[in-house]
Design a protein around this ligand. Structure first.
Ligand SMILES: [Zn+2]
Ligand SMILES: [Zn+2]
Length: 857
């Protein structure tokens, strides 16, 4: 230990030590409880940003805490290294994606090591390496075997000029990001994973994680899945054998249907007679709709934001309940993705239908009336309603059926059940549950992803690659122009192969997988990262999983976290794990913001806004420990963190104060008694310090259990202040006082470890513990400080004593010390007596719990 705090030197020393001793390497150990702490794995863009630093500082603090509590802590990291930016770099600068990615990883790994995050680096994985994506492909085959991976035509954004597929971002504003051509929708055969098969479980199993996940995330997932209970009804098409299947949650309103509306992609539209003027109208409308949709970044299900538009197809269907003929329209607010791509339009009782009916003058017929208390009494009473009164807007509540034939007079709730049963009996419908959740499209017409392991043979059709031939390895080089087909399709050695079944020439699938596949199961691989016979050993995974704490951004609330929950359920179904949910506790950390220069506006740090802060610069200036301490102190982890460099300066000052104090005391602490001296030996100052120490232990321990890091740092600063006020000099301290100081310092250092591990190691060694904290954890000499409840609770006050209004001393008392006792204590205090000796005491004023003022003459 040097006399002064030099972060750079200390951090280098301990990072080297950790590396050389394999400090954070863990193996399965059935004798100890395990803790799996996981941070969302980063995309290797090239540089860490402060959002990363925050995420990893949170995870690292928790990992250290659990280690000190005796847990066997798995804390790994890896790279979500497939994806678009690597391909963009290839297009722009001609550097191959593999090279670009590996360089970025190397750089970011160095940054992570300089922050000193306690990862088990032997477990590092990267999605773009064949030893990893081999198992993506293996999972795909398992999904395919079970009918959970399938292929169908689906629309993509298409630049007709460059003949290339564009992502939503690349087609924002409806034009190609590169050449400005109007983007079109084009149908391509694509691979999907049947996640909808698990919709019900994805909803129901939320009960298992409710206690550990933010309600906000669960709500977002619930809305995304969006289960609705209702009925389907088949409307026969006039002069045809075709039927239009409609899904509705409000079958009770079916007598109010004045049209059936289908989506632009609905197969019924092919029934329109070729060459008719109506067909021309419909075709024109559909074409325009598809062009417009291509221009939207993402199609909002239900088309909520669109101006409602439609065109009459000239076809008619029959309402199977009323026998009435209804016109069929096609409109933009009905999507093929929801229900069956067709709805019955009930303008009187649905806002969107109402708006549409008003615009196109469709009849509005009211069939539900508000239920008053008396009306509830007269169910089954056939009621009629005056339809001539115009409705100002749709009436969407439940109520009582009117103008509904034999169903009139029933309450909505009864009618919904009974009408669905009736439809089922009559063979034209029945009860149904539907979800907004769609199957997961995993096909990407891109190079930099895991190749989908499928071969196309003219004779045998779709042939999955046999397991023994995995991985299907990406070629090292390809030509990246950004135009035309996927670069993979241009690599003949890749595309041309032989059929595994008949050995004739065949072609490989050139679509690659969505990168969300890679991140759906990566944390299982960390448990057994070098296994080349299986994705992982199930026994090893059984020990480490489920993940005890997962930490990441709220932007992953839906896609990633839903896919990973699905993947685990699928893994359970093929016997790889025994539980339903992969993550017990989830924390979504808030964003890091910074002032936009010249304004008073705080915005998320970003390069493009020019308000980013480079973690490397901060570490160089203040040290990794101070940066981490500030990041955890400045705000609760879920909240926005406002970046303030003065805050880091404060963190450095705090660490320097603790460092200097230990430097001053370390010699005199060497021979401090190890056991607790008899209590009579403790001076008032020592007793007060012990109280502060044990109080801090209680607060910090509780804080860690709640991941309340900022209040923990505050408690540690208070303990350091208490040490600062400890007036005894090291060489004049009694054994009991030295005991109290060592107790305070050792507790402080251990509790600082999760925040500032490097300097904590150095200080621990400075306090006479050879090899630092990690060595102590390994030989069992280090454990989280234990609070003595009685010491922590003791509620001692420090009461100032004034003489003629000037502060001359302090006495110790509790909240219940009586006025008389305070007076006696004040008058007998040594320092006070020095001031009062030889003078007349005129008056003693006592304010209990606050103050003693002595007036002398
Ligand atoms: Zn283009
Ligand atoms: Zn074949």
């Amino acid at each position: 230990m040097d006399e002064k705090y030099f972060p750079e030197k200390i951090e280098e020393k301990w990072q080297r030590e950790w590396e050389q001793t394999g400090a954070f390497q863990v193996e399965r150990d059935d004798a100890r409880p395990k803790f799996y702490c996981l941070e969302m794995l980063p995309y290797p863009s090239g540089y860490l940003h402060m959002g990363h630093v925050r995420n990893y500082s949170i995870g690292d603090a928790l990992s250290w805490y659990k280690r000190l509590r005796g847990f066997n802590v798995l804390h790994p990291i890896g790279w979500d290294s497939f994806g678009q930016p690597a391909e963009q770099a290839a297009i722009k600068r001609g550097v191959m994606p593999m090279e670009w990615t590996e360089e970025n990883i190397a750089h970011m790994r160095g940054q992570l090591k300089r922050i000193g995050v306690s990862y088990d680096w032997r477990r590092e994985i990267a999605a773009h390496r064949p030893d990893y994506y081999k198992w993506d492909q293996w999972f795909f085959l398992k999904l395919y075997e079970r009918g959970l991976a399938y292929k169908r035509a689906s629309a993509v954004n298409w630049c007709p000029k460059e003949q290339t597929v564009l992502s939503n971002e690349q087609s924002s504003g409806g034009v190609c990001w590169r050449c400005g051509t109007q983007v079109e929708k084009k149908d391509l055969e694509q691979w999907f994973i049947r996640i909808t098969e698990y919709a019900e479980q994805l909803l129901d199993d939320m009960a298992e994680i409710e206690a550990g996940w933010p309600e906000r995330v669960l709500t977002m997932q619930r809305n995304w899945i969006n289960r609705s209970v209702g009925a389907y009804i088949d409307f026969p098409v006039k002069d045809s054998d075709a039927k239009v299947r409609v899904f509705t949650t409000r079958i009770d309103t079916i007598y109010g249907a004045t049209a059936v509306i289908v989506a632009a992609e609905h197969p019924l539209l092919s029934e329109l007679p070729e060459g008719s003027s109506l067909k021309a109208d419909v075709d024109r409308f559909v074409a325009r709709l598809r062009a417009e949709r291509a221009s939207r970044a993402a199609i909002v299900a239900g088309g909520e934001e669109e101006e409602k538009e439609g065109v009459n197809t000239g076809l008619f269907v029959t309402n199977p309940f009323s026998g009435e003929q209804l016109p069929v329209w096609v409109a933009n607010y009905v999507l093929m993705d929801y229900g069956a791509g067709a709805v019955m339009s009930v303008p009187a009782h649905d806002e969107r239908d109402f708006e549409f009916a008003q615009k196109y003058s469709l009849p509005i017929r009211r069939v539900i009336e508000r239920v008053s208390h008396e009306q509830e009494q007269i169910a089954h009473d056939e009621r009629e309603l005056d339809q001539s009164v115009a409705m100002p807007h749709a009436f969407t509540d439940y109520g009582i059926l009117v103008n509904s034939g034999e169903w009139g007079g029933k309450l909505s709730a009864d009618a919904i059940r009974e009408m669905a049963e009736y439809a089922q009996r009559e063979g034209f419908g029945g009860g149904a549950v539907t979800y907004r959740l769609r199957d997961w499209g995993i096909s990407r017409q891109k190079f930099w992803g895991a190749p989908i392991p499928v071969i196309y043979c003219e004779d045998c059709g779709v042939v999955p690659v046999p397991e023994k031939d995995l991985p299907v390895v990406l070629p090292e080089r390809a030509e990246f122009t950004g135009a035309g087909e996927s670069p993979l399709a241009g690599v003949a050695e890749f595309v041309n192969t032989t059929c595994p079944k008949c050995a004739k020439p065949a072609r490989r699938e050139t679509d690659t997988m969505d990168t969300f596949v890679d991140s759906s199961w990566y944390f299982y691989r960390y448990c057994d990262p070098h296994n080349d016979r299986a994705a992982f050993d199930t026994e090893v995974v059984k020990y480490w999983t489920p993940v005890d704490q997962y930490i990441g951004g709220i932007d992953h609330a839906v896609m990633h976290l839903l896919y990973t929950r699905f993947w685990t359920k699928f893994m359970r179904d093929i016997g790889l794990v025994e539980f339903d949910e992969p993550v017990k506790n989830l924390m979504t950390q808030g964003m890091v913001t910074n002032l936009i220069e010249g304004t008073d506006e705080w915005r998320r740090m970003s390069k493009s806004l020019g308000n980013g802060v480079d973690p490397d610069d901060m570490i160089e200036a203040y040290g990794a420990d101070a940066v981490r301490l500030f990041v955890l102190f400045a705000a609760p982890p879920e909240n926005e963190l406002r970046w303030q460099e003065t805050g880091i300066e404060g963190a450095v000052r705090f660490l320097r104060r603790v460092y200097t104090f230990i430097w001053r005391w370390r010699d005199s602490l060497r021979d401090a008694p190890r056991g607790v001296p008899s209590s009579e030996g403790f001076s008032a100052a020592a007793r007060a310090l012990r109280h502060e120490t044990h109080r801090a232990i209680v607060r910090v321990t509780e804080g860690f259990e709640r991941m309340s890091f900022n209040t923990n740092v505050a408690a540690l600063m208070e303990l350091s202040n208490a040490l600062g006020e400890f007036q005894v000099a090291p060489d004049g301290a009694t054994p009991a006082e030295r005991f109290a100081v060592r107790e305070a310092l050792e507790s402080l250092v251990l509790m600082l470890t999760p925040f500032t591990p490097h300097v904590a190691e150095e200080l621990w060694e400075g306090l006479g513990h050879e090899g630092g904290i990690i060595a102590g954890l390994k030989n069992g000499s280090v454990r989280w400080p234990q609070a003595e409840e009685s010491l922590a609770r003791r509620d001692e006050l420090e009461i100032p004593v004034q003489i003629n209004g000037k502060l001359r001393g302090r006495i110790r008392a509790t909240r219940d010390t009586a006025e008389d006792e305070l007076r006696i204590a004040a008058l007998s205090d040594e320092r006070v007596r020095a001031w009062t000796e030889g003078r007349d005491i005129v008056k003693v004023i006592v304010v209990p719990q606050r103050l003693v003022n002595i007036v002398v003459r």
